[in-house]
Design a protein around this ligand. Structure first.
Ligand code: ADP
Ligand code: MG
Length: 703
């Protein structure tokens, strides 16, 4: 159990004074939350790192103030010039010091507020940008106004945070301050060597230093406080991984050996022969399953490389050995599609499948749960629903986690834990190749297999970038293709900045396309009720719809082989990995496929590089490397989109050296104190809780 003194940090941010539903909504957008957390908590404010700094420590006299810069100035308030009611003129306040005059200007300000903040004949500090207006010095809307006695409350070095419209930096900073007050004293868990090397301040003080910097250097990622916290985060991650690994080693896995019966029937039912890569991957899984330690393998295979067939064959091994298997996918659409493709094959092979998602409710759900518990389902396919508490398997031996980067560590562990005393053997699958640094960080020494070959007969996809001005031309081309029986996707991005919903964007585009192509146009988006989504997907799969206008719900995994054209609108707004995933939806069938990247110029450097890369190659591994390089770990949006798990403080790849040290340190710690029972061990347990590694601490009990 988490030490009770840490509880206030893990309470909802709403427990802070001044945070209501509205602010919560903004926080939800502004803060990075760990995968399994849906509501911002107090601690998520602490780990929200500054991205820059306003330096208002210059305190010149007015005569010395440099126009255009930010300064903090002591002035004497003289008089207010208040505009007549209804006038558009500003409320201005005349002030001065011994050297010059300064006019402070407010537009649309609350008169009483201004009068209260700047009472005539008193001296105050005002801080903001000094401007020269003709011969006069002006300051518009000072950022801060404080009385002489309150200078110490004025943040002379003010951190700046990435934020969303609606939540001011001032409010955010105030909330972070409140969160800091709730940080209890924690014991030191770093050993002296590391502390010296990092010039580390204590944990709590490091947070203080970042949110209340004393010098501009404090908020650089190279500063001692940042380095310390980054190291703490990495150490927690490495320790958790090492613990998971240790528990894997210590706990024998269940050896599963099949007789090939069910596999032979699946092979016979498959409409194609396996590629060499697929056959090799299945062979390795067979060996893993037979071993007496628990299997944990990552299968990387580019989009369209045929991972589903591997998953099914692997499940068949467990099933022919008398155990149950599960395939978990991150979205409803994908889970249903798996059920649909696998369904007919399973039937021929005598595998009894079940489907469980958030949408199966009431009686249908009960039926599935009962069948699962009594063992009359061999293979359960579904979403996050698969590891919920009330879901009990008779004997889960093997689980596949598809598009695994969409799941948090805790979620992966939760599904694994459904597998009885030994835990289920797990095969992770991903189309997003994970560079080695990230792999180490997030999985430790997980074993990795790759599907390097694509199924035969795949034709390369032609990729073109077309400016939005030429959209009419594109439409004409699409019309011709439609008349020849082609099917296509038209993807619209989220338009968060304008507040327009994804629904509106997709509906608008669909309406436009319908003017040309009538009822051959369908729409699918995330806000649509599940059954409607299914119906649209089904019509598209059956060829009744020619154009499917979609938001990124189709990004992962969707498979309609006849679809051969992918139009991506506002391609400049997508990350590389996401563009690659989307393009992977076509080029799956007989037709020559193409991908049209519609962009709105002028393009920034990064967007240009992304689009160039897309035209250059279809190699997912190259694209992933380039993606990481372009993002440089800093562009939060890109990180989110590509689905690469992320850190809050130690954003990889900014801290490769620290990562190595943390890895070595974690290994050493567990070698000396495998139960974390010494004083330092106890302190390290707190570290694990602070960085959301509860599941790892729990392993001690099961070990
Ligand atoms: P992904 O790896 O992206 O999950 P899928 O498993 O969805 O790929 O497979 C993509 C498409 O390739 C599907 O239509 C599937 O039927 C087909 N496919 C898979 N393996 C082969 C194969 N060995 N030969 C021909 N087609 C294959
Ligand atoms: Mg897939």
């Amino acid at each position: 159990m988490r030490p009770p003194e840490l509880n206030p940090l893990f309470a909802s941010a709403q427990s802070l004074e001044g945070v209501g539903p509205r602010v919560m909504m903004f926080l939800k957008k502004a803060l990075k939350l760990p995968g399994q957390v849906s509501e911002p908590r107090v601690i998520d404010l602490l780990t929200h790192m500054p991205t820059g700094l306003i330096d208002r420590s210059a305190m010149p006299t007015l005569a010395d103030a440099v126009p255009g810069t930010i300064a903090t100035i002591k002035v004497l308030v003289r008089k207010h010039r208040i505009p007549a009611a209804g006038s558009k003129a500003p409320h201005s306040v005349m002030t001065e010091d011994a050297t010059a005059k300064l006019e402070i200007v407010f537009f649309h300000a609350d008169r009483r507020y201004v009068e209260r903040m700047l009472p005539p004949d008193t001296e105050v500090y005002v801080s903001g940008r000094i401007e020269k207006y003709g011969e006069k010095l002006q300051m518009m809307h000072p950022d801060h106004i404080v009385g002489l006695e309150a200078l110490n409350t004025l943040p002379l070095l003010e951190p700046v945070y990435a934020q969303t419209a609606g939540l001011s930096g001032k409010v955010l900073h105030k909330l972070i301050g409140k969160a800091l007050d709730l940080l209890p004293p924690v014991p030191e868990w770093l050993d002296e060597d590391v502390r010296t090397r990092l010039s580390a301040l204590p944990f709590a003080e490091s947070f203080h230093r970042l949110h209340y910097p004393q010098t501009p250097a404090d908020i650089s990622t190279a500063s001692p406080p940042w380095q310390r916290l980054a190291f703490d985060e990495l150490l927690a991650g490495q320790l958790a991984l090492a613990l998971v690994r240790q528990s894997q080693k210590n706990q024998p896995g269940r050896s599963i050996v099949g007789d090939g019966r069910v596999r032979a029937r699946v092979l016979a039912a498959l409409p194609f022969a396996l590629t060499g890569s697929q056959a090799a991957a299945i062979k390795i899984v067979e060996t893993d399953l037979a071993a007496t330690h628990r299997m944990m393998r990552l299968l990387q295979g580019d989009v369209g490389s045929g991972k589903t067939a591997v998953a099914l064959m692997a499940a068949a091994i467990a099933i022919e050995a008398g155990a149950q298997a599960a395939i978990m996918a991150p979205t409803e659409v994908l889970a249903r599609q798996h059920a649909e493709t696998i369904g007919p094959l399973a039937e021929k092979a005598g595998i009894r499948i079940g489907l469980l998602t958030g949408r199966e409710k009431g009686k249908a759900r009960k039926t599935v749960l009962a069948a699962l518990a009594e063992g009359s389902i061999d293979l359960l396919i579904g979403t996050h629903a698969l590891f919920q508490e009330e879901v009990l398997y008779k004997d889960l031996g093997f689980a596949v986690i598809d598009e695994q980067h969409r799941f948090g560590v805790q979620q992966r562990l939760a599904l694994q834990a459904k597998g009885g005393p030994y835990g289920a053997n797990v095969l992770f699958m991903t189309a997003t190749p994970i560079p080695r640094t990230l792999l180490l960080t997030h999985y430790g020494d997980l074993e990795v297999s790759k599907l390097t070959e694509k199924p035969a007969g795949r034709k390369p996809v032609t990729t073109r970038a077309v400016s939005n001005d030429r959209i009419e031309e594109v439409m004409e081309g699409l019309g011709r293709a439609l008349n020849q029986g082609a099917q296509m996707y038209w993807v619209c991005p989220l338009v968060e900045s304008t507040g327009k919903s994804e629904l509106a964007a997709a509906e608008e585009r669909a309406a436009h396309l319908r003017q040309f192509f009538g009822d051959r146009v369908g729409v699918i988006h995330g806000q649509m009720p599940g059954p409607e989504k299914d119906a649209v997907m089904a019509r598209f799969s059956a060829g009744e719809l020619g154009i499917l206008v979609a938001t990124t719900v189709i990004e992962v995994g969707v498979n309609v082989p006849n679809a051969s054209i992918m139009v991506i609108e506002h391609a400049e707004r997508f990350g590389l990995a996401q563009l690659h995933q989307l393009r992977g939806r076509v080029g799956r069938g007989e037709r020559q496929s193409s991908c049209i990247l519609l962009y709105q110029g002028p393009l920034g450097e990064t967007a240009k590089a992304r689009i160039e890369m897309m035209r250059e190659t279809e190699d997912g591994f190259r694209i992933a490397e380039e993606d990481l390089r372009l993002r440089g770990g800093g562009e939060v949006l890109g990180t989110r989109q590509s689905g690469v798990p992320e850190f809050r403080i130690a954003e990889v790849p900014n801290f490769p050296d620290l990562l190595e040290t943390a890895r070595a340190d974690a290994a050493l710690i567990l070698q000396r104190d495998p139960e974390l029972s010494t004083d330092r061990g106890q302190a390290l347990r707190q570290l694990l809780y602070l960085f959301d590694c509860d599941e790892a601490v729990r392993l001690f009990r099961s070990g």
